[in-house]
Design a protein around this ligand. Structure first.
Ligand code: NCD
Length: 314
């Protein structure tokens, strides 16, 4: 839910639009302190002891689900992870019934990933728990944007004035939408690059520019590559993957020394990015995954412990 004012974090995290720059910075600062916990032998703090976090994943996930689970465990919460496969969702239970069933455990937070746009927003209306959007269809994935901003802030010191190119299938990407908003909030300049069929019409309204070729790629400080999201494509958006790769694949040869390379994962090696580029020292992909745990700890902490709305009712 949107809250106004500086440095305010509401009860839920449904969209990056819920956060102003000060709130983003506060989450990233908190994540810095939790990143230190990851360096300890005993990687646990008692902040959420006795509280319950439910992870509800209706769509495939490796990084997001494992890092939310680890984040909640490192904060000492009790964690229940439900996947649609193997749960009663398989038997036709609706999202609302599932949320109401799990709400009987009185969770402090529900983390939800769903193939449907707006699912997290709906869940927020059905439960007293704080709701965190872990990806709703092609709409938003706010914690991915926060972990990417964290990774870049660590590397560059600040994002102000950084030129970030987001390359590939923007149309089907919730990561692109959340990252454009977060990068802009943090003062970066964003350019979207891809075949016109994969760049949503009117997206410039978010404060970015668009281009259909890699010709000006050397201008970029950061090249953020998106996966070709076959599972969300009903029609054919590019003539062939081979054709796509020849025009848009990010390879070591197309990168300039010093440019940073990012990808949210999972990668299609040899389609949107070459194997060699993934494994190059310019790639921050491993750092992004690592940041996921500290940033999700920070989000859980800020929503459940540090948020002003709690102070107001305490
Ligand atoms: C992304 C997702 O699921 O939105 N992955 C992720 O969370 N790290 C991007 C993708 O699927 O391409």
């Amino acid at each position: 839910m949107s809250v106004s004012g500086r440095n305010r974090i509401g009860r839920h995290l449904l969209s990056i639009g819920d956060l102003d720059r000060a709130a983003i910075e506060r989450i990233l600062d908190r994540a810095e302190s939790f990143a230190e916990v990851a360096g300890r032998e005993i990687k646990k703090v008692p902040a959420l002891r006795g509280r319950t976090v439910v992870n509800l994943f209706y769509e495939s996930s490796t990084r997001t689900s494992s890092s939310f689970e680890l984040a909640a465990k490192r904060l000492s919460a009790d964690v229940v992870s439900v996947r649609s496969v193997g749960s009663s969702v398989d038997k036709g239970e609706s999202l609302k019934d599932t949320v109401q069933t799990l709400s009987a455990y009185d969770p402090a937070a529900i983390v939800i990933r769903s193939p449907r746009v707006g699912a997290a927003q709906l869940v927020a209306g059905w439960t007293a728990a704080s709701v965190i959007n872990a990806g709703d269809g092609k709409h938003e994935h706010p914690t991915q944007a926060l972990l990417d901003a964290f990774t870049l802030r660590r590397r560059l010191g600040a994002l102000d004035g950084a030129r970030i190119w987001i390359v590939g299938d923007v149309l089907h990407s919730r990561v692109a939408r959340s990252n454009i908003l977060a990068f802009r909030q943090m003062g970066a300049r964003v350019t979207l690059c891809g075949p016109p069929t994969l760049i949503p019409r009117g997206i410039e309204a978010l404060g970015c520019e668009t281009t259909a070729t890699l010709a000006r790629l050397p201008e970029a400080d950061v090249v953020y590559v998106l996966r070709m999201q076959h599972e969300r494509m009903r029609d054919s958006f590019v003539p062939t993957l081979r054709e796509y790769a020849s025009r848009y694949q990010i390879t070591s040869a197309r990168l300039k020394p010093g440019q940073l390379l990012m990808h949210p994962g999972p990668v299609n090696r040899g389609v949107e990015i070459s194997g060699e580029a993934i494994d190059s020292p310019q790639a921050l992909i491993g750092a992004q995954v690592k940041a996921g745990v500290a940033v999700r700890m920070a989000v859980l902490y800020e929503l459940l412990v540090g948020a002003p709305h709690l102070a107001a009712v305490a």
